[in-house]
Design a protein around this ligand. Structure first.
Ligand code: EPU
Length: 360
């Protein structure tokens, strides 16, 4: 346990002040001892620090820095052909994906190259290239700080939705391990059917077709790298928290309203299962006038992807959030669509107060 520990270096944005206390967690016993010890305090579980924005003032509570390791693969597949695999919360996610691909277990290969730890993926139902973890998570074992005991969530109990779950934005449950149900495929076997156009194009296959797991993993990493979404210490475009905003999901009246403000043929849209429509936040940002690379001093939109806000060096959280507000308000003013932030904000807020402007 250490006190007054700077957190910036533990985040991919390289932002944030000190934690009052920080506990390194290497075993589940460490985790349980720490959560009991700080039962009444504010708690922040920090994994890879890739999806948090921490206040410049830091965090007035205890940070658990998770480093629990271990992967347990069931010896036999279930009758539905799926194999249960349990990973400790502190396993690095991308290493876990690589290992599953190497073992010919399919279901998370499109999620290669994503920073962070296994324990963080249920939080915001991590997703990319047409897969999200809600499709393969079987259960999540947690410590429930209110009940003071271990509580296991089934997939349904997690209430997964687009970039969200029952765990998001709360510090009640500390995730201890996650069990996935992955599809066993033959040696050098095929991925799940792929539907993300950019990915199938890069693989040279048709929509709904499959490709070898290892190839899917490689191409996904290549695509992510081109967008600055693979952390590289030498590339300031990757000093971000990934997508800063989620893609808005609009009902029919909201979509119609948006279409009156823009040439609907130009705007990329994606149907969602419930009949609503997802629109691209990155596209809205660019068409509201915030081009890639646009910025203010040490904070800027990534030069590789309009959805990532970056610290170009020496920035503060205050400056990053000012940029986020400017982008959000600019998009709202131009299109009437309010972007929601995606990373977890710690000790700071992007107030939902919008100053009406000329466009309205
Ligand atoms: N686009 C732009 N400008 C850009 C980038 C994209 O206009 O700078 C438009 C393009 O029309 C493109 C569309 O936006 O076709 C979608 O872009 P992309 O495929 O990059 O996906 P995204 O919606 O921006 C989401 C996830 C990413 C994930 C990718 C790939 C969210 C919030 N983001 O991004 O996840 O990697 O899809 O599946 O859902 C993350 O969550 O942190 C993240 C990186």
């Amino acid at each position: 346990m250490r006190e007054n520990v700077p957190l910036a270096s533990m985040t991919t944005l390289k932002l944030g002040g000190p934690a009052r206390r920080l506990v390194e967690i290497e075993t589940e016993a460490d985790a349980l001892a720490a959560v009991v010890d700080c039962a009444r305090e504010k708690l922040l579980v920090l994994g890879g620090g890739s999806n948090v924005v921490i206040a410049d003032e830091g965090f007035e509570g205890t940070v658990l820095h998770m480093a629990t390791r271990g992967i347990d693969v069931a010896r036999e597949a279930r009758s539905d052909g799926r194999v249960l695999v349990t990973a400790q919360a502190g396993e690095p996610w991308d290493d876990f994906v690589s290992e599953m691909v190497a073992r010919n277990l399919s279901g998370i290969e499109c999620l290669a190259g994503i920073p962070g730890l296994v324990g963080a993926v249920p939080m915001q139902n991590v997703g990319a290239y047409g897969q999200d973890v809600a499709e393969t998570i079987e259960r999540v074992r947690t410590w429930d700080r209110d009940l003071g005991r271990v509580v296991t969530f089934s997939n349904a109990d997690c209430h997964f939705a687009y970039r969200s779950s029952v765990f998001r934005g709360r510090d009640r449950h500390v995730i201890l391990d996650v069990t996935f149900a992955l599809h066993a495929v033959h040696v050098d076997g095929a991925s799940r059917p792929l539907h993300y156009a950019e990915l199938t194009r890069a693989l040279g296959i048709g929509e709904g077709q499959s490709a070898p797991l290892s190839r899917v993993r490689e191409i996904v990493i290549e695509l992510r790298r081109k967008k600055g979404m693979v952390v590289d210490p030498h590339d300031p475009d990757t000093r971000s928290a990934g997508s800063f905003f989620t893609n808005p999901i609009l009902d029919a009246p909201a979509l119609d309203a948006l279409r009156t403000r823009i040439d609907p043929l130009l705007m990329p849209t994606y149907p969602v299962a419930d009949g609503r429509t997802k629109v691209s936040a990155a596209w809205l940002i660019e068409h509201a006038g915030f081009k890639k690379g646009w910025g203010r001093g040490p904070v800027a939109i990534s030069r590789k992807h309009a959805l990532a806000l970056t610290n170009r060096g020496g920035a503060t959280t205050h400056e990053l959030l000012a940029l986020a507000r400017e982008v959000r308000d600019g998009v709202h003013s131009r299109f009437g669509v309010l972007l929601e932030h995606e990373p977890v904000l710690v000790g700071v807020a992007l107030e939902h107060v919008y100053q009406p402007s000329r466009a309205n």
